[in-house]
Design a protein around this ligand. Structure first.
Ligand code: MN
Ligand code: MN
Length: 321
């Protein structure tokens, strides 16, 4: 880098240089002034029911995200031209050994983000972190939801705890953070111990697209369903990498074979343009199970697609005011 290059814009440097921030965006862990979309790491995996490691997700997604360029080739969207985007650092967790305490800390961090009018885009962490994020971004009104996952994550208590990565969306509905009639869950599959495991989703009127129906409907049919179910109101987007086939994303805690592909995921995400997203996350990247780093690259790539959607949504909201 020449001495004259702007020191605060990592985008202008070769992509392999410098400290890794999300997408090489400016790292602003103290000064959030002017930020419109904040990318945030949530390095917490105290809610896993099986293989751990997602606490290492944010750091490795930051590293792999240095491969991502500025413009979405398929849509032409450059999120950095639409919004001020920064890496806000990690949600600070001082009580990692107390699950509910950690969730409270995450909610407090995202409450600050929400108070400043910043749209959050997070990298987990296991899926339990989405509940405290929703406690912040949905505290004014219930949101719709587009949820990619192999699992509905609407289970009940497990081993004596209401809070784990298999239950965030049940708790979010119970707490009035989600409008279940405006929720869609895509890619659901896997063996069960109980055929009624996801009955909460069905009983609440959430739209559940099992992978077999995804296969029948195709990408376009699923996009149409998501647009219909979620409608024009504010919504959240949550992307669990285990929704992808483990061929594409093996580095995760609870892999299930027979999932959608990375390209199908990208096409579905792009098809959600026009929905009114107020936040999003990518969760369950577990670097200890990801020796090639490919799952983290996949996570970073999905994060970029969601960043484009959040920027488009934010611009559309400003235009409406
Ligand atoms: Mn999940
Ligand atoms: Mn899952």
């Amino acid at each position: 880098m020449s001495k004259d290059a702007p020191a605060d814009d990592p985008m202008l440097r070769p992509r392999y240089t410098g400290l890794a921030s999300f997408m090489r965006a400016p790292y602003r862990d103290h000064d959030w002034s002017g930020v419109e979309i904040g990318m945030i790491g949530v390095p917490y995996d105290g809610g896993v029911t099986n293989r751990p490691g997602a606490r290492h997700g944010p750091r490795e997604i930051r590293n792999q995200s240095s491969l991502i360029r500025r413009i979405n080739q398929a849509t032409g969207v450059c999120p950095y031209d639409l919004c001020q985007v920064a890496d806000l650092g990690d949600a600070w967790i001082e009580k990692p050994y107390e699950l509910e305490g950690a969730l409270d800390e995450i909610a407090a961090f995202f409450g600050d983000v929400h108070d400043r009018g910043i749209t959050p885009l997070s990298a987990g962490g296991d899926h339990s972190v989405t509940l405290p994020i929703l406690r912040a971004v949905a505290r004014d009104r219930p949101l719709g939801l587009v949820h990619f996952d192999a699992h509905c994550d609407t289970g009940d208590d497990y081993l004596g705890s209401k809070f784990h990565h298999g239950a965030p969306f049940r708790r979010a509905v119970e707490e009035g953070l989600l409008d279940p009639k405006r929720c869609i869950q895509i890619g659901i599959r896997g063996s069960l111990n109980d055929m009624d495991l996801w009955s909460f989703s069905h009983d609440q009127g959430m739209r559940v697209i099992y992978i077999e129906e995804f296969y029948e409907l195709g990408v376009k049919g699923v996009i149409a369903e998501a647009q219909r179910v979620v409608g024009t109101g504010p919504a959240y987007l949550s992307f669990d990498v285990d929704g992808l086939d483990p061929v594409y994303a093996p580095g995760t805690g609870t892999p299930e074979v027979g999932g959608f592909s990375t390209l199908e995921a990208q096409l579905m995400l792009r098809g959600l343009a026009g929905l009114n997203f107020v936040g999003g996350d990518v969760v369950e990247v577990s670097p200890p199970f990801d020796p090639s780093g490919n799952t983290a690259l996949v996570g970073a790539t999905m994060m970029f697609e969601i960043l484009c959607l959040l920027a488009q949504s934010r611009v559309a909201r400003v235009a409406r005011v």
